[in-house]
Write a protein that binds this ligand. Structure first.
Ligand code: CNA
Length: 254
């Protein structure tokens, strides 16, 4: 097992050395070592006992009916994310960016850990909490204002019209962001990494299948092959993300 991983790490570092255009698609698994639970991993949010189906947290129709359900989760999520630090793998991809080989980092995450690690070319395909909007009149609220409002109101409301405020996170049932740019990057990549994603959520899960170059998947745990055919994967690493990229890093620098 150890030999297998070392061999994959060596092959992966060779592919990085010869690549000219690298793209990363990261998912919630990228941040579990930072202490942020994922959705579908063994300790994921979807596995926890909750009174209501946890998939409803990010369901736009349910948000319209019951925004408190989302805000009860989001208030805690934002608090926990503010204090966490990026993982080794976040720093690894930030340092790759310095080599000018990275076309972009497409992340499904809303934790801003890629930016905290120093990555600049980040495409938050599922949005973020940097901005929030009134769902009625569209008034924009910056991060600090919306966080402050969340502390004083169970469900933050617009100061102008009283409408419910929603962070700029893409919910199920809404359009993702930067789709065209992400598709272009996936098509141009000669090496695409899929790291810590169950590939269960479209259209993000369709992006690796658009890559004409090599595809490396690093994910320990359940993954869907509905949108990425197994035959399109050149290297499948079922290992802890940080452990694997630590090995890759030492191969790159030795
Ligand atoms: P997911 O469906 O929860 O899948 C994560 C995958 O990563 C699972 O297969 C896990 O087994 C695997 N995994 C977890 N930890 C590790 C590890 N240390 N090493 C190797 N593999 C690991 O997450 P996806 O990103 O695929 O799902 C898309 C959703 C999750 C996006 O819309 C995100 O916004 C959403 N999400 C984001 C965060 C965040 O911002 N950190 C947290 C939770 C959910």
């Amino acid at each position: 097992m150890k030999i297998d991983i070392s061999l994959k790490a060596k092959n992966c570092s060779d592919l990085i050395k010869s690549a000219k255009s690298i793209v990363l698609l990261s998912g919630a698994g990228m941040s579990t070592n930072a202490g942020i639970p994922d959705f579908r991993g063994p300790d994921g949010i979807y596995r926890k006992e909750m009174q209501t189906d946890p998939e409803l947290i990010f369901d736009i129709d349910y948000f319209r009916l019951n925004p408190l359900f989302f805000y009860n989760f989001h208030r805690e999520f934002v608090k926990s994310v503010e204090s966490v630090k990026p993982t080794f793998a976040h720093f690894f991809f930030a340092s790759l960016e310095e080599s000018d080989k990275v076309l972009g980092i497409i992340t499904q995450n809303i934790d801003a850990l890629h930016q905290k690690a120093g990555s600049n070319k980040v495409f938050e395909i599922h949005g973020s909490s940097w901005k929030s909007y009134c769902t009625i009149c569209g008034t924009e609220y910056d991060y600090t204002t919306s966080i402050d409002k969340m502390q004083t109101e169970k469900v933050p409301h617009c100061e102008k019209c009283g409408g419910v405020i929603k962070p700029d996170i893409v919910f199920f049932g809404e359009n993702v962001k930067y789709l065209y740019e992400c598709q272009q990057m996936a098509q141009k990549a000669d090496l695409m990494f899929v790291v810590g994603s169950s590939l269960a959520v479209t259209p993000a899960a369709l992006l690796p299948g658009m890559c004409r170059g090599k595809v490396i998947v690093v994910n320990k745990g359940e993954i869907s092959f509905s949108y990425l055919d197994k035959t399109r994967i050149d290297m499948y690493v079922e290992e802890d993300i940080d452990s694997f990229f630590m090995e890759v890093n030492s191969c790159l620098h030795n």
